[in-house]
Design a binder for this molecule. Structure first.
Ligand code: PMP
Length: 426
């Protein structure tokens, strides 16, 4: 029996499905999960000593790669100073000032411990500010696992049996309106019928939780315009895209100023750090200033704050987003040359998704080719055999890091070409 199987057999006896977050269980690709012992740079090493080039990167946070030396030094220093105070400290102040100085829409910021919390809190603020009950979200966008957001959400939930979650009261879901992506008419219908009851419109400006489904700027513009006209707040969920699609994320790329923005992943450098930020008048509704209660024992944890700041400062110092773009341009040209025409490489900045090719642009969930799940399960395991670790779901995005140098990426192209061949043979 493999070391992985032995560990998994133990894990299923203590945790539901053997995991602490569902996609890790390999349910949608089959087989036994790989147990990782270490990560270094672009690579993971499993408990049997096998190495993989990692394109999952903890589902996005590790933009500098695993165990980056500068982030590691910041963490070591932080630990030497003690790791949780539950009191005011200068570290969250530094990170907050860094972010607010660079993101014009972040007039105020509140740190929390997960993207789920950031979204849940931003929505509470929006409801308090508008006095309205409803939230409009889009089919296939995932915004964490708060009750009201588990309606037609993303990859961990993707699949015929579980379009939504059990345990969510009908009353909660009644306040969540869902519209398809990429559809101006549907948008207009929702606003015409229910605009006056909508507190907030929440969207991943680069939907990346049901595959990567890049949207037309016109659709996002219409969304922003209709939200404002209806008096609904615009919440950009940039948990994936924030500090990934450039320093200013999709808000910067689109030139749209959201009322509230949710961050996570990259901003915490791989620690449980997230934030909601936005207009001062909205954030000032939050306790202790205002009537919206939101708190956290470990919020703004100093180790996470210092890891996050070290990550962002290093990216800025190295012009990391441009460096990633240069690597990406070369890598994706190579990857496309071996994957096309059967497989399409969808990419935005250092985020990408491999899916069965389609004759039309895929901007909505139902346009994803039907064979994606079956193909990806084969491809994923072939990639593992060839030494590449991809996210264990046909609908999760892949990521590059600054630790993925050209030599590593060339090796990855060769491995993925071989994996694609294996997957089409079997
Ligand atoms: N929003 C988006 C866009 C996300 O991708 C995620 C996580 N994948 C979340 C919210 C939830 O974040 P967390 O897993 O930290 O709760």
């Amino acid at each position: 029996m493999s070391a992985h199987q032995a560990l998994f057999d133990r894990a299923v006896k203590v945790a539901p499905g053997g995991v602490h977050s569902p996609v890790r269980a390999f349910r949608s690709v089959g087989g036994t999960p790989v147990f990782v012992a270490r990560g270094c740079g672009a690579r993971l090493t499993d408990v049997e000593g096998r190495e993989y080039i990692d394109f999952c990167l903890s589902f996005g946070p590790l933009i500098l790669g695993h165990a980056d030396s500068d982030v590691a030094a910041a963490i070591r220093n932080a630990i030497d100073d003690g790791w949780s105070f539950g009191a005011c400290e200068p570290y969250s102040l530094e990170l907050a000032e860094w972010m607010c100085a660079r993101l014009p829409w972040a007039e105020r910021i509140r740190f929390v411990s997960s993207g789920t919390e950031a979204v849940m809190s931003a929505i509470r603020v929006a409801r308090a500010a508008t006095g309205r009950p409803r939230v409009l979200k889009f089919e296939g966008c995932y915004h964490g696992h708060a009750d009201g957001m588990l309606v037609k959400a993303g990859s961990g939930l993707a699949g015929p049996a579980a379009a939504t979650s059990a345990g969510v009261p009908a009353g909660t879901v009644a306040d969540t309106l869902v519209a398809p992506l990429d559809d101006e008419q549907a948008l207009d219908r929702v606003f015409d019928e229910a605009g006056a009851t909508i507190a907030a419109v929440i969207v991943e400006p680069l939907p990346a939780n049901y595959g990567v489904l890049p949207q037309r700027c016109e659709w996002i513009d219409r969304l922003a315009t209709r939200s404002r006209a209806a008096g609904a707040l615009l919440i950009f969920d940039e948990v994936i895209s924030g500090f990934r699609v450039g320093l200013a994320g999709m808000s910067g790329a689109l030139g749209i100023r959201p009322d509230l923005v949710c961050y996570g992943k990259v901003m915490g450098g791989g620690f449980p750090v997230a934030a909601y930020a936005g207009r001062a008048d909205l954030l000032n509704l939050v306790a202790p200033l205002g009537p919206v209660y939101q708190a956290g024992t470990l919020s703004a944890n100093p180790v996470g704050m210092r890891a996050g700041l070290a990550t962002l400062e290093k990216m800025e110092r190295l012009d990391g987003w441009q460096a990633l773009e240069d690597r990406a341009t070369r890598f994706f040209a190579g990857l496309r040359s071996v994957m096309e025409p059967r497989i399409e490489v969808v990419r935005r900045a250092s985020i990408f998704w491999l899916r069965l090719a389609s004759s039309d642009p895929v901007r909505r969930v139902e346009m994803i080719p039907a064979g994606q799940s079956a193909w990806y399960a084969k491809f994923f395991h072939a990639a593992l055999r060839h030494g590449v670790y991809l996210p264990p779901s046909p609908y999760e995005a892949c990521f590059l890091s600054l630790a993925h140098d050209d030599a590593t990426l060339d090796e990855a192209v060769r491995a993925l070409a071989a994996a694609a061949e294996d997957a089409s043979d079997s």
